[in-house]
Design a protein around this ligand. Structure first.
Ligand SMILES: [Zn+2]
Length: 214
């Protein structure tokens, strides 16, 4: 059983990834790149899109597509092709902040396009059942295959740099990171605006998300 708090954290971008930690320990980590690939940084999506784990994402995406097709077949006897599902345009695995991508689904957001497509074949209760299974599968995948290995690798990286708890306590600061990145509270939510038009926020969907979390 995945903890409710874990689902909420990936939904609202609150997992303690390195980029978040750097806000408080910038004097230790500096503006370091991803400790796995050594190149990327800054966006929350990178824990799924890092070149070191991207093959896992592709494999999980394939499983989700097959699961949707099989669910529709078993419940309606209707055969749909994999291409019909893939043509929805919500499965990209490259970062984009103004278009729905597969990582948004992994985080728990449900795209309108998927809901509308499923309504062609399934009843509301069947859609509810299907999406509940997908959310649970996605959360379990993120925790077991992405987050736990990420934390283990981060600890090894910190040990290699000899970053101990006492050192972190001594260097706790936030001002230098905010100053370097020009961050203030008036622009911190801007990156989500382009995504909102693609996400299903009706009463039914909200009920579904609450149900899924509990
Ligand atoms: Zn990386």
């Amino acid at each position: 059983m995945i903890l409710k708090s874990f689902r909420l954290k990936i939904l609202i971008d609150e997992l303690p990834i390195l980029e978040h930690t750097k806000r408080y320990y910038f004097n230790i980590y500096g503006d370091a790149n991803c400790f796995l690939c050594g190149v990327h940084k800054k966006v929350f999506h990178h824990i799924w899109l890092c070149p070191e784990v991207i093959n896992l994402i592709h494999a999980h995406l394939d499983l989700i597509i097959l699961f949707i097709r099989q669910f529709i077949l078993e419940n309606t006897k209707i055969h749909i092709t994999l291409n019909e599902i893939l043509s929805l345009g919500i499965w990209d695995v490259a970062y984009c902040d103004d278009k729905f991508i597969f990582v948004d689904l992994l985080r728990g957001f449900i795209p309108q396009l998927l809901i509308k497509h499923l309504q062609r074949f399934l009843t509301i209760s069947q859609i509810h059942s299907l999406l509940t299974s997908i959310v649970e599968s996605n959360t379990d995948f993120t925790k077991r295959s992405i987050w736990i290995p990420y934390c283990q690798a981060l600890n090894i990286w910190k040990n290699d740099l000899n970053i101990t708890r006492n050192i972190k306590r001594y260097f706790y600061r936030v001002d230098s990171f905010l100053h370097l990145h020009g961050i203030d509270h008036t622009n911190s939510e801007r990156s989500c605006e382009g995504l909102l038009q693609f996400v299903y926020f009706s009463v039914n969907s909200f009920n579904y998300l609450v149900f899924g979390i509990i």
